[in-house]
Design a protein around this ligand. Structure first.
Ligand code: F0G
Length: 392
């Protein structure tokens, strides 16, 4: 096992405490030798740890993550003009988001290197997941979140698991900068943002599961992009399965951002360099990020896969969230509805399987849906009043 820099192509020895390339400063990627890849033949068991031969650590700290539902969505597919539409519901993970796939691996590594505490900056889900897994491993957790911008469900998770919570008077990007500075000067604090390439190894298992459940690779994977770790991790997973000969082709990676927080979309439309969005804003607080640390990897994933990236408005996100809930019975948080909103806007013609990754559970952010119109009225407890309501 080694670390590789996708930006300057330098390689470095395996080191769980190395978060950025010492030569050029870019985020690193875990690499396996040909011998390690050759040995990765048998996958056994369920969930993330089924793929142990392609993970960077042996001993799991687990809550039973992975193996989430891949739901066929025929009714929604007809509405969007996609004949084979699936939703991978990552909200079925133990803490309700895809972050658990990475944390089960990241926390196992933190324990292996003897860290006393783990830390992350977060828009909510990373902090919820890290706090739970830290509790499981007996480690202290420190989370840095933008004050007043984290959904109630997510904050309550960090609270109940006993994390120390720093509410930063600033954005996620400020929190990210601070926690990175902290991890560099406090070596006993292990950084668990997606800057950490070992955590992303756990997240790539989502790609493996998709290929194994479908019996073929998807033709396109559509997912929300914030700090851009997940799209990079999935693309790495597909490439590894391809180089192992388990799949014969690669999917198109389609990244979706909110209109008010779309630095990756802008970079792709411009010269390919990141111009941070100074004051990102969106109802999808999970992806309210202006300076994604993994931007370079995400752009490579989209370009190399002949994919694309685009934006959706807050209104489109909330409408798509309701549509998915009403047509398919799946309640996802706003960020996770962005891919559905994008397919609705874009009307792609893709005959093969299209997978939308629903990254987080809708219960995380109940406030987001309180304005949705329904038949709802306060009434006296008598039958006539109920009948009047249903008759109206
Ligand atoms: N969807 C949800 C529900 C998320 O929580 C996140 C990221 C994303 C999508 C985007 O994933 O960052 O890998 O591109 N949430 C992080 C957090 C930033 O702190 O919970 P990404």
């Amino acid at each position: 096992m080694l670390l590789r820099c996708p930006a300057c192509e330098a390689t470095h020895p395996h080191d769980p405490m190395l978060y950025a390339c010492p030569r050029c400063g870019a985020p690193l990627e875990v690499g396996y030798s040909e011998e390690e890849m050759r040995r990765a033949t048998a996958f056994e068991g369920r969930g993330v740890w089924r793929y142990r031969p392609l993970l960077p650590v042996d001993r799991a700290v687990t809550l039973g993550e992975g193996d989430t539902g891949l739901h066929v969505c025929e009714r929604l597919g007809r509405e969007l003009g996609i004949p084979r539409l699936y939703v991978k519901n990552e909200g079925e993970n133990p803490t309700g988001s895809f972050k658990d796939r990475g944390m089960t691996v990241g926390i196992a590594l933190a324990a292996a290197v003897g860290a006393r505490a783990v830390a992350c900056a977060s828009t909510g889900n990373t902090s919820a997941s890290m706090s739970a897994y830290a509790a499981r491993a007996g480690l202290k957790a420190l989370v840095l979140v933008p004050a007043d911008k984290v959904a109630a469900g997510k904050l309550s998770q960090a609270l109940v698991h006993g994390a120390v919570i720093a509410e930063i008077e600033g954005s996620f990007d400020d929190a990210m900068r601070l926690v990175t500075e902290l991890a560099v000067c406090e070596r006993s604090v292990y950084l668990l943002n997606s800057l950490n390439p070992y955590r992303l190894e756990g997240q790539k298992t989502l790609a493996f599961e998709l290929c194994e459940t479908l019996g073929e690779p998807p033709e396109a994977v559509v997912l929300p992009v914030g700090n851009a770790g997940n799209i990079s991790a999935l693309w790495k997973g597909f490439r590894e399965f391809h180089s192992l000969g388990r799949i014969g082709r690669l999917p198109r990676m389609i990244g979706v951002q909110a209109e008010g927080a779309a630095p990756i979309v802008r970079a792709l439309r411009g010269h390919g360099d990141l111009e941070p969005v100074p004051r990102p804003e969106t109802v999808a607080t999970a992806i309210r990020i202006g300076a994604p640390v993994n931007w370079r990897k995400a752009i490579a994933a989209i370009r190399d896969s002949e994919g694309e990236a685009g934006t959706v408005t807050d209104r489109e996100i909330l409408d798509a969230q309701t549509l998915l809930a009403r047509l398919e019975g799946l309640f996802v948080e706003p960020a996770s509805a962005a891919p559905i909103a994008y397919l609705r806007r874009r009307r792609l013609e893709v005959p093969g399987p299209v997978v939308c990754v629903a990254t987080g559970n809708g219960l995380k952010d109940p406030d987001a849906v309180l304005g949705v119109p329904v038949l709802r009225e306060r009434i006296h407890p008598d039958l006539a009043a109920v009948r009047r309501l249903i008759g109206s």
